[in-house]
Design a protein. Structure first.
Length: 532
């Protein structure tokens, strides 16, 4: 198997992020005012987390906090990219996730904590963290394995999922707080952890005692199907969200009918972790239409949204949009994507995109007149980042939820959510857009199924995605009947080399199969006349 080299995949994702932030790859001097301020806001936020012992004390957001540290560098990301002091902090946080009775050593499943354990430890190990980490004060990790902790928590999370076939009104595919149930808020954090663990196992291999990847895959597929079956049609009872047929929201619970901002967002990316799911799935389109029609970045406005969960809503929705954008599958005709968010006129309960040409610089980042970010295009990420920078304490670096944080530990969670949104974090989630069993993060052809990952010319792009360039036999920039005729004429001859455009399947010989593979790539009408 010739996998797409991970560093090459990371470079592609880094380039996409650089484009969004207004950077030029390889040129630090090309940073825009917006990208510079986003990075400064992240650094200030991490400084606040260090000063308040988020990585060394047992708190409700220990796993989320660890993620913010591991993803602080963008790409190359992770443990190996940290300095010595932050590596120790990451090990301390990992040890707490292993040894704490609230996290890994909890005696039974608990969604919020188990999801964090799986995300935090999976990204930690996948990016170079030692399996037996140094202990934070009050904890002992001597002989304690991060890998075995992931295994244990994965097993109990899978066992706690509501069984059965997903259907409207059924809890099948969902979780409750500490047992099977139909709660979307707990479900989204559990599936986040399982998707991250799947990515870890895919990269590092499974333990010998159990093949967990297929178990996780079937579990995530059931969740995806559950969200698809339980989207609620939004109609005349929704004053500002009457987007008609094909517009679906999701409520806090399967049994509730009042959709909320954060749970519709969670349901969007919760479907995307299902095998072969992408932007053009009808149910995912329904959720995106709800989010478009009720687009709101200043708060989680709509119905059962619990204002205190505002930062959690930004995180869950940004995960959906990032997954879609990184997958690179364009919306089919008549469908929408993240670029459509904020494009509708503003009204009560809906906002339009911000205008960087008239925005002043957020005070937390310093003085700057209208147009300070003028080079930054409109879009959901700009809206989210501008809002978060506007609520960051200029002195301490804390991201303060304007709606108030939920409960005693909510401040640490809110602070982490804000940083993760700015970092465009996916928490290590394995998304398999083409359904070929290979996570997008390492798939050399993420939009076309190619489980063998064959890359005949070793250019880092799987043959299944490289085929268009191969089929252009006369190299005129178009694939048409002339190309098919040239390939057919050369049947049973050896290919001239690994880049021979007539050898579409890359097997070293030109055969009728090469013609067959190139027919769908035709770009001109005369391809309907296939060569004999």
């Amino acid at each position: 198997m010739s996998n797409f080299p991970k560093h090459m995949k990371q470079s592609m994702v880094a380039a996409a992020l650089a484009s969004t932030l207004g950077l030029t790859a390889g040129s630090a001097t090309a940073a825009t005012p917006f990208s510079t301020d986003v990075n400064s806001a992240i650094d200030a936020g991490l400084a606040y987390a260090r000063a308040n012992s988020y990585f060394t004390s047992d708190n409700e957001a220990n796993g989320l906090s660890l993620l913010t540290l591991l993803e602080k560098e963008g790409l190359p990301a992770g443990y190996n990219g940290l300095n010595a002091a932050d590596k120790l902090l990451a090990q301390n946080a990992a040890c707490i996730l292993i040894d704490s009775g609230n996290f890994g050593d909890r005696g039974s499943f608990y969604s919020y904590y188990d999801g964090q354990v799986m995300m935090g430890l999976s990204v930690y190990l996948d990016t170079g963290g030692p399996d037996v980490p140094a202990a934070a004060a009050g904890y002992s990790c001597v002989g304690r394995s991060a890998r075995l902790t992931i295994d244990k928590v994965v097993d109990r999370a899978i066992a706690a999922q509501t069984s059965g076939v997903p259907a409207a009104g059924s809890y099948a595919g969902f979780w409750g707080y500490n047992a099977p149930g139909g709660d979307s808020s707990t479900t989204q954090l559990t599936l986040a952890g399982l998707a991250s663990a799947k990515g870890f196992y895919s990269a590092k291999g499974e333990s010998g005692d159990k093949a967990r990847i297929p178990l996780i895959t079937s579990t995530l597929d059931r969740t995806s199907a559950g969200y698809a079956a339980n989207g609620k049609l939004q109609g005349a009872g929704s004053p500002f969200n009457d987007c008609g047929a094909g517009c679906y929201g999701h409520a806090y619970s399967v049994s509730n009918n009042s959709a909320s901002s954060q749970q519709t967002a969670s349901g969007t990316w919760g479907q995307l972790v299902g095998s072969g799911k992408n932007i053009n799935d009808p149910s995912i389109q329904g959720y995106l239409r709800w989010l478009k029609n009720g687009y709101y970045y200043s708060s989680n406005y709509y119905y059962q949204s619990w204002p205190q969960f505002y930062f959690y809503y930004l995180w869950s929705s940004s995960k959906a949009y990032n997954i879609i954008e990184k997958a690179g599958v364009p919306p089919a005709a008549g469908n929408i994507g993240p670029a459509s968010l904020g494009s509708l006129p503003a009204l009560v309960g809906r906002e339009a995109n911000r205008d960087s040409t008239t925005d002043v610089r957020p005070p937390a980042r310093g003085a700057g007149a209208a147009g300070y970010y003028a080079a930054t295009p409109k879009g959901w990420y700009y809206d989210y980042a501008y809002r978060l920078m506007s609520v960051q304490n200029p002195t301490t670096g804390q991201f303060i939820n304007p709606n108030g944080s939920w409960g005693g530990g909510g401040t640490a969670a809110d602070h982490s959510y804000a940083i993760l949104v700015l970092q465009r974090s996916l928490g290590g989630a394995c998304v398999d857009t083409d359904g070929d069993g290979i996570c997008d993060s390492v798939d050399n052809c993420p939009n076309v199924p190619n489980p063998d990952q064959k890359d005949s010319n070793r250019n880092g792009i799987g043959d299944a995605c490289d085929i268009v360039a191969r089929c252009d036999a006369n190299k005129d920039g178009a694939i048409d009947q002339l190309d098919l005729a040239l390939i057919s004429k050369a049947r049973n001859k050896p290919a001239s080399g690994p880049d021979d455009p007539r050898d579409s399947d890359g097997d070293g010989r030109i055969t009728p199969n090469d013609v067959k593979m190139c027919i769908p790539q035709c770009t001109l009408a005369n391809c309907a006349m296939q060569p004999k």
